[in-house]
Design a protein around this ligand. Structure first.
Ligand SMILES: Cc1ncc(COP(=O)(O)O)c(C=O)c1O
Length: 390
């Protein structure tokens, strides 16, 4: 039986995806290849680049091991590995847009994606337009003859609206656009974009794949049709990742399934506990039946990860800061997917469509691997401090 067959359980596949130990004398893990120069046996081989590895920027056994693992999880034809999650967004956007083309981006996108589109993409002559995360099939009304890319992210950054990915992908494909998805929240364990009509699946591997808040990395996976251009984009930009970081992420993948299950369970438990608690107006978590897009999440996703937001019942910055400053276990800091819990205030100042209204300050919680009762007690401290600041 093939150890990465889809018939096997996800943890079995995670334990064996990527490298084949027999390629390296049976050692379970692949070597970390630090490389720029690769030698050729003779001038004819060099001139024709007639061997598997030719230069460090073009792939090594270490990057291949991770890319193969991600292909097996995503069901993709090829994966590039880049130095951060943000690079995993910018490299495909650059690779697939042309001057004079039109790009549609979901309004609730990760803020630095928007910043890249509004600055560098616009300077390069690309027309950028934002759309409502809940647009669904109606996106067809926004498609133009020059629409080259439809960029999706589901659930939304910070506010967790779900997108109807199959409907959007269908409409975009009919109009000849490439469909990209930032799939970091779900990981390929809970959603496989290419199975739902997406062409390019993007991950900030910094989050759950790395899992320990000590590595930055991104992966971009393409279907057969779009792999050549994506690969060419990586080679042209020279945006390759460092071998030690690539190795750390491959190492992280082995335990991602068990970690994610714990993150998921704890986050859902805390989200349910928060609903209806004094001082809480709403909980923005798509796996909650109260979430307006719960049916979409249930239809398309097979799980939920460990990050969601809570809307406080009234107040403003003073209450939000009182909540955050009272926390003793949750750290105040950016990113997510690591073993430790984090909280940040959410700013929706960049949005033009998906801006609410919300009843009070929105606070994003990344639920780590700590014990749930300790995390609940910490959040309770925050809610009491916010109430006292009123
Ligand atoms: C949805 C999403 N995509 C991409 C990124 C970027 O990842 P990185 O921090 O590795 O650049 C983040 C980071 O928070 C994110 O939340």
């Amino acid at each position: 039986m093939v150890k990465n067959s889809m018939e096997l359980g996800v943890n079995t596949r995670l334990a064996h995806c990527g490298n084949d130990p027999r390629d390296f004398h049976g050692f379970v893990n692949p070597p970390v290849v630090h490389a720029s120069t690769v030698l050729f046996p003779d001038s004819a081989t060099l001139v024709n680049r007639a061997q598997k590895y030719t230069y460090g920027t073009r792939g090594t056994p270490t990057t291949d091991a991770l890319a193969t693992a991600i292909d097996q999880l995503e069901g993709s034809a090829g994966t590039i590995v880049v130095p951060s999650g943000l690079a995993a967004v910018t490299v495909p956007l650059l690779a697939f847009s042309d001057a004079g083309s039109h790009v549609l981006i979901v309004d609730s996108v990760y803020h630095p994606t928007r910043h890249f589109a509004d600055t560098m993409l616009k300077r390069l002559g690309v027309e950028v337009e934002y759309y409502d995360p809940r647009i669904g099939a109606c996106i067809s009304a926004l498609m133009r003859p020059n629409t080259r890319v439809v960029f999706t992210e589901s659930p939304a950054s910070n506010t967790f609206e779900m997108q109807d990915i199959p409907a959007i992908a269908k409409a975009a494909k009919q109009a000849g656009a490439v469909v990209m998805m930032d799939n970091t929240w779900a990981t390929p364990l809970y959603f496989r974009p290419l199975d739902h009509g997406v062409d390019i699946s993007i991950h900030a591997a910094t989050k759950y794949p790395a899992g320990h808040s000590d590595v930055l990395l991104g992966t971009v996976s393409a279907n057969e049709e779009h792999w050549p251009r994506l690969h060419d984009g990586l080679i042209t930009l020279g945006c390759c990742a460092a071998p030690d970081d690539v190795y750390q992420v491959l190492r992280g993948l082995r335990t991602m399934g068990v970690r994610l299950e714990h993150h998921s369970k704890s986050a859902l438990d805390i989200a349910q506990w928060l609903e209806g608690r004094p001082g809480v107006a709403r909980v923005l978590h798509p796996a909650l039946p109260s979430h307006p897009d719960h049916a979409l999440w249930k239809r398309d996703f097979s799980g939920s990860s460990g990050i969601f937001s809570v809307v406080l019942a009234g107040g403003g910055q003073k209450q939000a800061h009182a909540f955050l400053d009272a926390l003793q276990i949750f750290g105040l800091g950016f990113s997510w997917g690591g073993y430790e819990s984090l909280a940040v205030p959410v700013s929706l100042g960049d949005r033009t469509i998906a801006k609410g209204p919300y009843e009070g300050p929105v606070i994003r919680l990344q639920i780590g691997l700590e014990d749930v009762e300790d995390l609940k007690a910490d959040i309770q401290r925050g809610l009491e401090a916010a109430a006292s600041a009123a």
